[in-house]
Design a protein around this ligand. Structure first.
Ligand code: GAP
Length: 440
């Protein structure tokens, strides 16, 4: 990876409207970030691709979209109230607090003093609290979910009762999760509000190893399919003492970020920990009844989990390139066309020729029915190409004087920079083939 890659990505993201610092005009808010007009497209495309791959194209996984605020008993049953804590380390000099695992020697990351840390400070529960309704007392205390997963267990019975499912099957959800991280940082890598894409895959206990291996492969296939460099991803077996309280086995998919190797995605075998506890705390049977044998049992669970924001970060890092040919330099985001915010950009060769503008506008508006397309009529064509390269637009379509005669436009390819003439009436099917046939 190039030097200063994080700085380059953060700067491009801000300059071109992918990701801005949150609440910036008020001085920001503790590493919060807002997705701008292009960032929201990229992020939505990641989620869309995931949903298509794991929900629409399979008949064994069903989607849900649950409330973020759930009955607080959920978090008692799930163990999060008791266990979802970080060990704190407090600098003996400046008194700043850090996640104990982030302090590897006696040097304070904030003040630089080598006076060491006080490890006796109380563990810190990462769940955000709020109150439901107008009275701020203990009875009204609720939590913002720290993982999307719990709704898949809590809604398990509703799914069994309403859909025809047979084990093995999964429930999937994409949505926000909240953690009061002690040390957020590294751009969108660790924030307090982030998005997850999670699947709880319900299986028979005896088959856990088989499905664990299966989901490990599925995560790797996803990584390749979205253009994340597989060579930068390392599978790390999580040691027992470092595993989440619910996990019997965990493998982290760590990615070589510019600031170090760190978790991109995770895979856990949660056993029957969650269903068993929800059964106990809710008093409701969550057993599955085999329709063929009549056998009743609590399914076990394999959980593959993906962070949306970390996906966006790894995709940006792996698609960013700076190229120079002779005097010309360009920055290009080699995004998979399906992920690119704009699928194409339409240019009239000159901005002051009515006939050109009229035809180019028609091309633009016709394509907009099916694709998200950009319009640009400023400056010279070379500059317009480079401006689109930098945001990953796979094709630029230029309407010129010849177009008025023969109904053809120049199609310029982002990656090869090659150009070809294509009939206007064929543009729609051309884009469709190029954008949707790759990467599936
Ligand atoms: N349901 C299991 C679970 O939540 P996790 O490893 O704690 O497991 C899953 O989180 C994924 O969510 C991580 O692999 C990561 O991609 C993402 N994630 C976790 N904490 C995050 C944070 N503070 N900021 C951004 N993404 C985060």
């Amino acid at each position: 990876m190039m030097e200063n890659m994080m700085e380059k990505i953060v700067s491009l993201a801000k300059r071109r409207g992918f990701i801005f610092p949150g609440s910036e005009i008020y001085g920001g808010l503790a590493n919060s970030w807002d997705y701008g007009p292009l960032g929201v497209e990229l992020k939505n495309n990641v989620k869309k691709l995931w949903w298509e791959r794991f929900v629409h194209r399979r008949d064994d996984i069903l989607g849900i979209d649950s409330s973020i605020i759930m009955n607080p008993k959920v978090w008692e049953a799930s163990g999060h109230l008791k266990e979802f804590k970080d060990k704190l380390a407090e600098c003996k000099n400046c008194k700043k607090r850090f996640k104990a695992s982030d302090t590897r020697n006696d040097t304070c990351p904030a003040c630089g003093h080598k006076s060491g840390f006080n490890m006796e400070v109380k563990d810190f529960n990462l769940m955000f609290q709020t109150h439901l309704g107008p009275v701020l007392d203990k009875k009204a205390l609720v939590y913002l979910r720290p993982e999307t997963a719990q709704a898949m267990f809590v809604d398990f019975k509703a799914i069994l009762d309403s859909a025809s499912v047979k084990i093995p099957f999964g429930i999937a959800q994409v949505g926000k999760a909240f953690r009061n991280e002690i040390t957020p940082g590294n751009f969108i890598f660790r924030t307090r509000e982030f998005e997850q894409m999670e699947i709880e895959y319900f299986i028979r206990e005896k088959e856990w190893q088989k499905y664990f291996d299966y989901w490990q492969e599925e995560i790797l296939k996803w990584i390749e399919s979205v253009g994340i460099n597989k060579k930068r991803v390392h599978l790390v077996e999580v040691k027992e003492r470092e595993r989440a309280h619910y996990s019997k086995r965990s493998v982290d998919f760590e990615y070589e970020f510019p600031f170090g190797q760190a978790e991109l995605y995770g895979l856990a075998y949660r056993g029957d920990f969650d269903l068993k506890n929800h059964e106990k705390y809710s008093g409701t049977s969550l057993k599955y009844r085999d329709p063929d044998t009549g056998e009743e049992f609590l399914p076990h669970v394999i959980e593959p989990t993906w962070g949306v924001d970390r996906s966006v970060l790894a995709i940006l890092l792996d698609s960013y390139e700076e190229e120079s040919k002779g005097k010309e330099k360009r920055t290009v985001l080699r995004l998979l066309p399906q992920l690119a915010p704009y699928k194409a950009a339409v240019f009239p060769l000159l901005a002051n020729k009515d006939k050109l503008i009229k035809l180019a506008r028609k091309v633009y508006e016709d394509l907009r029915g099916n694709f998200f397309v950009a319009w640009d009529d400023r400056g010279n064509i070379g500059k317009r190409y480079f401006a689109q390269d930098e945001i990953g637009t796979p094709f630029c379509l230029t309407v010129d004087f010849e177009s008025l005669e023969n109904d053809e436009v120049t199609v310029r390819d982002r990656d090869s920079m090659g150009q070809e003439r294509i009939k206007i009436e064929k543009l729609e099917s051309f884009l469709h083939d190029k954008v949707y046939s790759k990467g599936r």
